[in-house]
Design a protein around this ligand. Structure first.
Ligand SMILES: C[S@@+](CC[C@H](N)C(=O)[O-])C[C@H]1O[C@@H](n2cnc3c(N)ncnc32)[C@H](O)[C@@H]1O
Length: 360
């Protein structure tokens, strides 16, 4: 019987064919996640009919302790946690295997047309926290030469797009739309990864010059390929977002999409300071990341935190509890405000402006 073609989500290649083994391994991981949902729904109903959520979402440690006590007799919680941890730990290795099964064909689709066009500030600028294992995978974002392709084309297609509510590509376009001006000449995307958000910025501001900064050379290679295939040329820099090496007062919009929850709090502060430094006076900051726990319902705050812990997201809790309005203000920004763009854990957007007359 003929099977219907898999719809190709925005920004993905239509021509990625995996072996049956590679495809079924990834589909199994997605099916496993979907299979946990009835248990998760039952736990949610139990919590919403109980007392553990009554203390609110302002103190996440207290909320976690209250839920642990209330669900102490419920074996499903531990089972779901173990399943999620395993799923996250094997996901990238399985995607790497799927790539390797067809490496002769896929390497040609993954290699950047001009790797030399990426400026690399070098290993000495890579912060210590980048070496930690996160997202459950050895090597993290750089664990394979073509991790950008593997992450974007395989992990996204098989797991993230089917698992997350809403359209995770449209979210990036919605954030790009929030920038207050129409006339940006120089835009910098911090933590640009494979260039998904960079592409939305490029589409929204077609005359602007785009610079993407990321620590992962593998992600940047894929971003370079994506830009070249769209007939675009971006300045791509391998550097920490908190120390980009870019000239001061050189951009009029500095933006980021889901970078901040990947880095510790001191690095978040330094990223705001660096954004201030590279912005021209009057320039705008638009950073989108996870929702603050105190603005989530108690159930959702608990679920975000529990899910992050079992999904190998070591910095999510600090990103969801740090006061980004205070951080931006301390960095020198004015007109600082926050806007939620959806009911889910993200995008939650922080907007700010570098005051006129305040050159770096
Ligand atoms: C969740 S991804 C988001 C990528 C991209 N913004 C997007 O919308 O798809 C986070 C990215 O942040 C990068 N990253 C993590 N820490 C960084 C740092 N200190 N400086 C620059 N990039 C960093 C990772 O390599 C990864 O590509």
């Amino acid at each position: 019987m003929a099977t219907a073609p898999t719809p190709v989500p925005d920004g993905m290649r239509a021509d990625v064919e995996l072996t049956q083994r590679g495809r079924s391994e990834l589909q199994f991981l997605q099916a496993m996640r979907a299979g946990l949902r009835p248990m998760q729904t039952r736990l949610r109903e139990r919590l919403e009919n109980g007392t553990a959520l009554s203390g609110g979402s302002g103190d996440i440690a207290a909320l976690r302790a209250a839920v642990d006590a209330e669900l102490a007799d419920d074996s499903d919680l531990g089972l779901i946690g173990a399943a999620l941890r395993w799923n996250r730990a094997v996901l990238t290795p399985r995607a790497v295997d799927a790539f390797e099964d067809r490496s002769a064909e896929l390497t040609a689709k993954a290699a950047p047309p001009d790797a030399a066009a990426i400026t690399d500030r070098g290993e000495q600028h890579v912060p210590r926290y980048w070496r930690y294992e996160f997202h459950g995978t050895t090597g993290g974002w750089d664990g394979h030469e073509h991790m950008g392709f593997i992450h974007h084309e395989l992990v996204y297609r098989y797991l993230l797009v089917p698992s997350f509510p809403g359209d995770i590509f449209q979210q990036r376009a919605n954030v790009a739309d929030l920038a207050p001006r129409e006339d940006y000449a120089d835009i910098c995307d911090l933590g640009c990864g494979t260039g998904q958000f960079t592409m939305k910025l490029a589409q929204r501001y077609p005359t602007a010059r785009l610079t993407g900064v990321d620590l992962s050379i593998a992600e940047l290679r894929y971003a370079q390929r994506r830009a070249a295939e769209a007939g675009l040329s971006w300045d791509l820099v391998r550097a920490p977002a908190e120390d980009t090496g870019l000239a001061g007062d050189s951009h009029d919009l500095v933006a980021s999409f889901i970078l901040l929850h990947e880095i510790p709090p001191h690095a978040i502060r330094n990223v705001f300071a660096e954004a201030f430094r590279i912005l021209r006076p009057g320039g705008d900051l638009v950073f989108s990341d996870v929702a603050p726990y105190h603005r989530r319902s108690p159930y959702h705050a608990w679920n975000d935190d529990w899910d992050a812990e079992n999904g190998h997201e070591p910095w999510w809790r600090t990103a969801a509890t740090i006061d980004l309005v205070a951080v931006a203000t301390e960095a020198g920004f004015v007109d600082v405000r926050q806007e939620p763009l959806s009911e889910s854990a993200y995008p939650w957007v922080t907007l700010a402006r570098k005051p006129e007359g305040s050159a770096s």
